[in-house]
Design a protein around this ligand. Structure first.
Ligand code: SF4
Length: 485
């Protein structure tokens, strides 16, 4: 901090705000309180004992700490609200020593400023949101793209250094704002070029073109035939499970063959992959099974006169069971819509019942660069090596992370495992995310840690700190690697 007349200067990030008394800096994280630079948000400590119904709580709303330390029940000092280090030669804001189960441990705690970061979004829906590589926009600005779809889910890759720093100012701001809200578990409306609009929120169902998605399919059309073939025996002569990717046809499918289902001579559009499995039956869309179909008969190209028969019972269903129709062939072998027999309606319900609730999942992904690692040790690569050797555990706001193989410390974390409001931003623009490195004291010393900056956990005062219950799904960060909660 430096002072100029009635202003003080925050030096916690490259913006270097001058802040008047009673005002906050550009990121709303630091304020001038009677000439002192203070953090606006409290510093969060996690309590292992499961109270507060065993879940993390919004830190602005609940939680308190009176500075007490009960032996054997020490809190975990997170980086949330701990502050950042800038420029990079400074040690991390908190390097905390504590004895855990008779072992001397160190936790290095920093709110990292991530210019290289983004989110991976998994949206449980069959509906077509947009083509691969299609641009995803927030507030009209490009913030990412559609990436490879997964089983029953559409995937978005948002943010990254190019959208944050290489586009226009408006693009950088929109990207940062969208990432911040997504990481803080707030809803964000995204529009996909040539595709749908979708409201995404971690832990909530996606809303596609204004319609809340209910179900994530249990399998593709072919898999559904395999799973439910036995249930349909005797109820229908032919079953087609309509799917944008792999449409299944019971009489041709191996499951139908093994169960002795008679050939029906049905002709299905698209491209036959293997018996009873068809690709490209229709264009992708938000209709039946992620196709653009509202009338499933559009994919039925008729019946072979030598095999089909009048009265043949045809059941068509989507991969989630949300759409279903029943037909019988007339004398000219044309399908005629008929009232759905109760047993078939129940089978559609069974498909639906086997589909899990559709959710959005948001994973923050960031790279702890050399500058951030320098906050832990004077020789940053030693921290990377220590993480690789499983001597140092990395957590994000106390939540476990997945570390990518290869160079650097590039990690992903499920934002639903962090306390609400754990992420911040600076208007460079970049995201501010908590990161903690925990290790044995001996290992910290060996990596060239900032030993002189270490302080005992007992030295932390209660001022501006909140103690909240740890998320019950997370392993306790200070347990040996692989330990349970
Ligand atoms: S943006 Fe925030 S962290 Fe950066 S200098 Fe301004 S007040 Fe400090």
């Amino acid at each position: 901090m430096s002072e100029s007349a009635d202003k003080i200067r925050c030096m916690a990030c490259p913006v270097l705000c001058y802040i008047r008394n009673g005002m906050t800096g550009a990121c709303d994280r630091y304020a001038n309180h009677d000439g002192a630079l203070v953090r606006v948000d409290p510093h969060i400590l996690l309590k292992r004992t499961l109270d507060h119904e065993g879940a993390v709580v919004p830190f602005a709303a609940r939680g308190d700490w009176h500075g007490e330390l009960v032996s054997g029940d020490q809190p975990f000092v997170t980086a949330i609200g701990a502050g950042t280090t800038y420029p990079d030669y400074k040690p991390a804001p908190f390097i905390i020593s504590a004895e855990v189960d008779g072992v001397d441990m160190v936790t290095v705690v920093t709110e990292g400023i991530f210019s290289y970061c983004g989110v991976k979004v998994k949206i449980d829906t069959d509906r077509h949101l947009g083509g691969e590589c299609a641009v995803v926009r927030a507030d009209g600005e490009p913030v990412g793209h559609v990436t490879t779809g997964e089983y029953g889910s559409q995937m978005l890759s948002l943010g990254g250094v190019n959208h944050l720093t290489h586009g226009s100012k408006a693009e950088g701001r929109a990207t940062c704002a969208a990432l911040l809200d997504l990481c803080n578990k707030k809803p964000v409306e995204l529009a996909i070029d040539g595709g749908a609009t979708v409201i995404v929120q971690s832990g909530a169902a996606p809303v596609v073109n204004g319609v809340r998605e209910e179900r994530m399919r249990v399998g593709c059309g072919s898999a559904s035939i395999g799973m439910f073939a036995r249930q349909w025996l005797g109820l229908a002569d032919e079953v087609v499970v309509v799917d944008d990717h792999i449409t299944g046809v019971l009489s041709e499918h191996q499951a139908g063959k093994l169960l002795g289902v008679r050939e029906t001579g049905i002709r299905i559009g698209g491209r036959r992959s293997t018996p009873g499995r068809y690709f490209n039956v229709a264009a992708p869309g938000t209709g039946w099974g992620g196709t653009n179909l509202s009338d499933p008969l559009e994919i039925v190209g008729g019946f072979d006169r030598g095999k089909a028969w009048p009265g043949l019972r045809l059941f068509m269903v989507s991969t989630t069971g949300e759409n279903a129709a029943y037909y019988e062939l007339d004398a000219a072998l044309r399908p005629v819509a008929c009232a759905m027999p109760r047993a078939l309606a129940e089978s559609a319900e069974l498909v639906k019942e086997n589909c899990e609730p559709a959710l959005c999942s948001v994973l923050f992904m960031g790279g702890a660069g050399g500058s951030l690692r320098a906050g832990a040790t004077e020789n940053p690569v030693r921290l990377t090596q220590s993480v690789r050797d499983c001597l140092t555990r990395v957590t994000c706001g106390g939540a476990p992370v997945f570390i990518w193989p290869g160079g650097g410390i590039t990690f992903m974390v499920d934002v639903s495992l962090l306390p609400d409001g754990a992420f911040g931003y600076v208007p460079t623009p970049a995201l501010v995310a908590p990161i903690e490195f925990s290790m044995r004291l001996d290992d910290y010393r060996a990596m060239g840690g900032h030993m002189s900056q270490m302080r005992a956990i007992e030295s932390l005062g209660p001022e501006h700190r909140l103690l909240v219950a740890a998320e019950k799904r997370n392993p306790w960060p200070l347990l040996p690697q692989g330990g349970g909660a």
